[in-house]
Design a protein around this ligand. Structure first.
Ligand code: ATP
Length: 211
């Protein structure tokens, strides 16, 4: 089957939660993509890596969370690469993999817009793929105008076009980690196999070195 379009979804996924799952499903349906690929970051440039759960555990949790979704798959391309996980390098990797006839979309949550201007080679990135933004509580479309120092008006318009009115899902990995540390239930936000993995591997415990 020809792969015409792919939705790439990068993140720390520490842990992957229903918010990730729901926006990926919503956007994939809206754009009628042939594939969704989750791309766990090894060394996210915008996060304090010392406090992040190991790539092995984050990868395993994504695998478990998407195992029943035929449209979804996972890539370890960022985990295999040395140095910071720059999105432009990941896009180049997938361009080589799929070829120029496959359209690549890169999914972000609306909270990422405020930082997007500082992303490595942002103009090249915007030219190389279509960034798609999902709604997230606390962030709004007007924030796209903050990018006027980094991107042309045309590029900002393009981002606006691909601002998708997804349901707003008030979940974050941070709040899930905080609940887990306090031994509060997390099963409303995280799929059962992932909850079991977290318990089995004692992730997000005070002495585990992750928080
Ligand atoms: P943390 O709380 O650790 O910062 P997070 O919940 O934001 O994590 P990430 O793995 O860092 O999760 O997010 C990956 C991508 O998914 C980012 O672009 C983020 O904006 C987006 N995202 C995460 N949660 C949501 C959500 N509830 N709604 C919309 N977008 C989301």
């Amino acid at each position: 089957m020809a792969i015409n379009s792919v939705l790439l979804f990068g993140g720390t996924f520490d842990p992957i939660h229903h918010g990730h799952h729901e926006i990926a499903t919503f956007v994939a349906t809206k754009l009628s993509v042939d594939k969704v690929i989750f791309v766990p970051a090894a060394d996210p440039p915008h996060k304090d890596t010392a406090s992040i759960t190991s790539a092995k555990d984050r990868y395993a949790m994504v695998e478990l969370a998407i195992q029943d979704e035929p449209l979804f798959s996972i890539s370890d391309c960022e985990l295999k690469r040395q140095g910071p996980s720059y999105t432009i390098d990941t896009i180049r990797y997938f361009q080589d993999l799929f070829g120029s006839s496959t359209q690549l979309f890169w999914l972000i949550g609306a909270d990422s817009i405020k930082d997007l201007g500082g992303w490595y080679k942002i103009e090249e990135l915007v030219e190389s793929c279509q960034i798609v933004t999902a709604c997230r509580p606390g962030a709004n479309k007007q924030e796209l105008q903050l990018l006027c120092n980094s991107l042309s008006t045309g590029m900002i318009k393009q981002l606006e076009t691909y601002w998708i009115e997804t349901p707003e899902i008030d979940i974050s990995s941070t709040s899930i980690r905080e609940c887990a540390i306090d031994n509060k239930p997390i099963d409303s936000w995280v799929s059962l196999p992932v909850v079991e993995y977290i318990h089995k591997h004692q992730l997000y415990k005070k002495n585990h070195g992750n928080n």
